[in-house]
Design a protein around this ligand. Sequence first.
Ligand code: TRP
Length: 361
Amino acid sequence: MEKVILTGDRPTGNLHVGHYVGSLKRRVELQNSGEYDKIFIMIADAQALTDNADNPEKVRQNIMQVALDYLSCGIDPNKSIIFIQSQVPELCELSFYYMNLVTVSRLQRNPTVKSEIQMRNFETSIPVGFFTYPISQASDITAFKATTVPVGEDQLPMIEQTKEIVRRFNMIYEDTLIEPEALLPDNKACLRLPGTDGKAKMSKSLNNCIYLSDSSEDVKRGIMSMYTDPNHIRVEDPGQVEGNCVFTYLDAFCKPEHFGKYLPDYQSLQELKDHYTRGGLGDVKIKKFLIKIMEEELEPIRARRKGYEENIEFVYQMLKEGSEKARAVAAETLKDVKKAMKINYFEDGEFLEEQISRYRK
Ligand code: TRP
């Protein structure tokens, strides 16, 4: 069986380092591993509109922003197909049929949808489109016969929902769709990187994000203001590592070789943590270490972004061609789906023959 990746992001803002460690970095590794036959990366504008219906300009402006984020992280358009969800109308058609396979109560139980409804204060005025987006996400995944969906932990309920739809479809109709598997980051700190203020969620409105497009100065400022241990007041005080943002980020970004390069007094992150816990290690020192590590990771991304920003026509063309390629693949799947559902009346001569013999007297 072919190994196919599909994943994507809603274009509602610049991507930040949480997206990077949680999924972008992994995508680039998977892309370069050569283990996958096809890789699709989708800019989920239609999904973004499910809770931004009144803000089309925001979605429009973030298409290019997210495309630049992808390319600057090392997604290579020669190896991965980057496309825009709304330009593949076959996805809507699939969703319409999948809707028959999902109950309202099943959607109501989806933990991600539940918490997102709360977060957005929808209360009783939930847009139907938003409520049903797990179904549309199942279309995104199955349209490309994806076997692997690299995502953050928050997306697991979506993959679960997709699997259920696939099983139901294959059982009722014909074996047509592929059951996908989620692929989570293997580093626990990368599952959900907190904001610089220590809050669980990074969000623009909280002003606690480090963006991939941030300048060197912005990154420094963000790290220097990071939440650490509020009881670690003097350098000599014992400090707490758990819940300390700097250490969470170090868990996500630090590699053994960084010590030799930037902090030769220590051999490992554990040794650094032990010293902090005992007392005698100041916040500024660990923050400066983190700045060096993050700069090492972010600087090449910035440089690549600059190159692409100077060549927006190329990015535009890449998105257009990617969307065309994706559409062709989704159209094939839709054909299979319609055949399995017996609504392929004009695809072959079968329907005509069947009806002729039925009505022939
Ligand atoms: N829900 C994802 C997010 O909020 C975006 C997305 C849409 C997606 N369709 C998908 C992710 C299909 C993986 C597979 O980031």
